[in-house]
Design a protein around this ligand. Structure first.
Ligand code: PLP
Length: 392
């Protein structure tokens, strides 16, 4: 055949690499589309048992591999990964409701989840209301004839209230509703809500599942039927996870159990340290017997209480600023669950949109700080906190 021209050679060159063995680490399938030999080959893609790929918004080997691991760790039949935690929450809710239905949501919920119901789904005809999910009788009295789904977190931000997922699942099912649980703060190392009867579990995989603050991702886990429906929504909305993010998250999940063990051990040590410190007014940690929902945490969390610790110091902005600036290795960074300890200020970030009255009622004051305890040596985290607390 005649030698191809310069442009053709640059477009089609480099395709003669064939492997006779498998790489130990999964390659990144950084492609938006896959090729077929002919129409019959392409036709086979649409068969249910097909293991081929067509277009990466529908399916790509990196997200597929991540879905397998997440579904397995969470104890679900199937999973679908998404471009962010919010994309997963949105698709999970949309898979349960249509215009005219009502969603009952925990008042202690991630602000953007509340805003999704309030500002977006509501204008499309999905009704919503909030209730205190740690109080079953107030949840029951808020159920409406058109309620189709309950939405809650297991451990809510920032006071780390633990919700009784088993009891909520029973209540939801008694009223023909589905229970959607955001388990971002807990992760499957601490609890697997499907085992307690939840219908759908969602995560911001940006947090503990990935653990390195370098990926934004989400996941929805459930039975095969619900995931098939959720995947249709995700493909149509175009909020799938890209191959590179999936590859990074697949790398992150390999050390998940080790990271979580250290997060949980450190979390307890830091909570105990803060609880006895004279400058600390209050500590919120699900594993401390002083926490209002300790009994539920003991029942559900199997002795693993996670790495999130909130605490209250003096309500003085100047002093809080000095405390933050004095910290040497704990950065002010409004996310959570990375390997490095980070601090967040709920009043100025996650709960900024709340009215001052609501903030006051819930105890979201200037002096409330939320620490995401990392996997460093606990003594070093404590030493850093100790020297900064002297500024208060
Ligand atoms: N759920 C919880 C509990 C969160 O804290 C967050 C983000 O902070 C989200 C969901 C949203 O996740 P993402 O930022 O990955 O969209």
């Amino acid at each position: 055949m005649k030698k191809k021209g310069f442009s053709s050679r640059s477009v089609h060159g480099g395709k003669d690499i064939h492997l006779s063995n498998r790489p130990e680490a999964m390659p990144i399938y950084q492609t938006s589309v896959f090729t077929f030999d002919d129409l019959s080959h392409m036709e086979s893609y649409f068969e249910p048992s097909s293991d081929s790929y067509l277009y990466s918004r529908d399916k790509n080997p990196n997200p597929s591999a991540l879905e397998q691991v997440y579904a397995d760790l969470e104890g679900g039949e199937a999973a679908v990964v998404t471009s962010s935690g919010m994309a997963g929450i949105c698709a999970g809710i949309l898979s349960c409701v249509q215009a005219g239905d009502h969603v009952l949501c925990s008042s202690e919920i991630y602000g953007v989840t509340g805003a999704l119901l309030e500002k977006e789904l509501n204008r499309l005809g999905v009704e919503y209301s909030f209730a205190s999910f740690h109080d079953l009788s107030s949840v029951e009295s808020a159920i409406q004839p058109n309620t189709k789904a309950f939405v809650t977190e297991v451990v809510a931000n920032p006071l780390l209230t633990v919700m009784d997922i088993g009891a909520l699942a029973d209540l939801a099912h008694a009223h023909q509703c589905q229970l959607i649980v955001d388990s971002t703060f807990t992760s499957p190392y601490v609890i697997r809500p499907l085992e307690f009867g939840a219908d759908i579990v969602v995560h911001s995989a940006t947090k503990y599942l990935n653990g390195h603050n370098d990926v934004t991702a989400g996941v929805v886990i459930s039975d095969q039927g619900k995931i098939n429906r959720t995947r249709e929504i995700i493909v149509r909305m175009g909020c799938n996870l890209g191959p590179f993010e999936a590859w990074l998250a697949l790398r992150g999940i390999k050390t998940f159990a080790l990271r979580m063990k250290q997060h949980c051990e450190n979390g307890m040590k830091i909570a105990q340290f803060l609880a006895q410190h004279p400058k600390i007014e209050k500590v919120y940690y699900p594993g401390l017997p002083t926490h209002p929902t300790f009994a539920v945490a003991e029942k559900l969390l199997d002795g693993r209480y996670g790495g999130m610790v909130s605490f209250k110091v003096v309500d003085d902005k100047e002093k809080i600023n000095r405390f933050i600036r004095t910290l040497e290795s704990i950065n002010l960074a409004p996310s959570l669950a990375g390997v490095a300890s980070t601090l967040s200020h709920p009043m100025m970030t996650s709960h900024r949109a709340w009215s001052p009255e609501k903030q006051q009622t819930w105890g979201i004051t200037m002096g409330l700080l939320r620490l995401s305890v990392g996997i460093e040596d606990a003594e070093d985290i404590i030493a850093d906190l100790e020297q900064a607390l002297e500024q208060l």
